[in-house]
Design a protein around this ligand. Structure first.
Ligand SMILES: [Zn+2]
Length: 505
């Protein structure tokens, strides 16, 4: 492959893997997961207009450098990525890089919390492998989700790490722009990015970690961002809230600060904001309800009720196959109009033999990840059958077609259940809406994500976060880590000085 076409100021390599893994889920990720979302090689990557890659290209296309695309693979989170899948993609990226002459820089749109069966830090492995090929002088810029497990390897081997600034994630495109701009400044203005990351083992779910409103995480993010405005030597800041659903040593969150060749300043600012984050650790623990408690409380209210079963969030890598909330709706409220989504390819196989209007008995739930509950045997009526396709309306995959696979809407008394073949990232209730449902007509809706439901249900006043079992629970007190021992909230007497970790490049 000769990528030295067009511009001749040298090549910027682009490519990466962007997905989040969950080590408490047994829902293994393979090439098929990427094929259902985004898997692009070579010049096809250059056609992307949206997302982080679109943002990068909007800047880099205007530079005198040639862009050498490799592979870009992104998909909805799942369990861990199989080694076969990862090494296949990695080998392609590496072999494409090895063929490019006159490499000037590397830009990698990644996530930061990806894990394979044997590699606990996919991004660190990728950056280190590329660094070995290109040597110490070539700039490597990495963009990450703010839900990243930022490791010493990532920080020491890259020139700059830029993370998304918003959660819900509205800014992958803008983050691509920020990453490309810092790369452009390294190449054209001769800046020397000096990066310092301090982190603390504060493990919390996303429930109180929006970057909007008055949440403790919004305070951390906003205060850190002020430093960019106040000091011209600060090139970039990123606040990291580690995805708590992987199981690796030294997990934690804190402030990444990049200055122009001023390590002391980067260190000073990073430490100040990481300490503030630690000091507000108590604020991250959410108020929780048992499902029966929430349903009974909801029945006593006249408003519509959202039941947030975040322990089964596909967007955090869960299978989406839990029926723990559904079971309680059946027991306590089957004559109230309710809506639940359950991913269950086994049930779909059985339902495929029936037509709309017919009834069928199925064993529903926990058929992908059986660690978190038991299936329920129910006789349901088939209301609607679809191919499970929908179009994302905003977020990371704005405009892209999502694919739940063959899907069926069934009812049990007044409970409406969407059953689909594959789990999909939720953004704006596109999955519900693909069945033409009037969401405001339901007394109870079970949403299975910690945050993005707010995109669709801003007008809801009665919202109960459920304390149910699953691989993406609302509190990290429930997680049984093998590689993490000392962390808040499991240990409440940890001292900042004793648990602080610092890395720089
Ligand atoms: Zn995220």
């Amino acid at each position: 492959m000769n990528t030295q076409i067009g511009n001749n100021s040298g090549n910027i390599i682009m490519g990466g893997i962007l997905t989040e893994c969950n080590e408490f889920s047994i829902n293994l990720m393979t090439q098929e997961n990427f094929d259902r979302y985004e898997y692009f090689e070579d010049e096809k990557i250059l056609t992307l207009k949206n997302g982080v890659v679109g943002g990068m290209l909007s800047i880099l296309n205007k530079t005198p450098f040639n862009i050498s695309p490799t592979v870009f693979a992104s998909c909805s989170p799942g369990g861990v990525i199989t080694d076969e899948c990862y090494f296949n993609i990695k080998d392609k990226i590496i072999s494409k890089i090895e063929k490019v002459k006159d490499i000037k820089a590397i830009i990698l749109p990644m996530h930061g919390a990806a894990v394979t069966e044997t590699i606990g830090d996919l991004e660190g492995d990728m950056v280190t492998s590329i660094r070995k090929i290109v040597g110490p002088e070539i700039p490597i810029v990495v963009t990450l989700d703010l839900h990243a497990h930022v490791t010493e390897e990532m920080v020491s081997q890259s020139s700059a790490i830029i993370a998304w600034e918003t959660y819900p994630h509205l800014d992958p495109y803008e983050t691509g722009i920020r990453g490309a701009k810092i790369l452009q400044s390294i190449l054209e203005d001769n800046i020397k990015p000096t990066m310092f990351f301090s982190k603390v083992p504060l493990l919390h779910s996303a429930i109180n970690a929006s970057t909007f409103g008055n949440t403790p995480f919004a305070k951390s993010m906003n205060n850190l961002k002020e430093e960019e405005k106040n000091n011209k030597d600060v090139l970039s800041t990123s606040f990291i809230h580690v995805d708590p659903y992987i199981d690796q040593k030294f997990m934690g969150g804190g402030a990444i600060v990049i200055t122009n060749n001023n390590l002391n300043l980067a260190e000073e600012i990073s430490l100040k904001h990481t300490k503030d984050y630690w000091d507000r650790r108590q604020e991250f623990e959410p108020n929780l309800y048992k499902p029966d408690e929430a349903i009974l409380k909801g029945l006593s209210k006249k408003e519509n009720i959202l039941l947030v079963e975040t322990a089964d969030a596909c967007g955090g890598g869960a299978a989406g196959d839990s029926v723990n909330a559904l079971k309680k709706l059946i027991d306590l409220s089957a004559n109230q109009k309710s809506l639940v989504h359950v991913v269950d390819p086994e049930a779909i196989k059985k339902l495929e033999d029936y037509d709309v209007g017919q009834k069928c008995e199925i064993n529903l739930g926990h058929n992908i990840d059986n660690q978190w509950g038991y299936p329920i045997k129910i006789k349901v009526k088939i209301e609607k059958i679809t191919d499970g396709q929908f179009t994302y309306n905003g977020g990371i995959w704005n405009g892209m077609v999502g694919n739940m696979g063959p899907s069926v809407l069934v009812t049990y008394k007044k409970i409406h259940i969407i059953i689909s073949s594959y789990g999909t990232y939720e953004w704006n209730c596109e999955q519900f809406l693909s069945f033409n449902l009037d969401l405001d007509s339901f007394k109870f809706i079970v949403v299975k994500n910690p945050m993005n439901y707010k995109n669709s249900f801003k007008h809801y006043k009665e919202i109960y976060v459920l304390d149910t079992p699953g691989p993406t629970p609302p509190t990290c007190k429930h997680l049984k880590f093998k590689k993490m021992n000392n962390y808040f909230p499991k240990n409440t007497d940890l001292k900042f000085e004793d648990i602080l970790l610092c890395y720089h490049n």
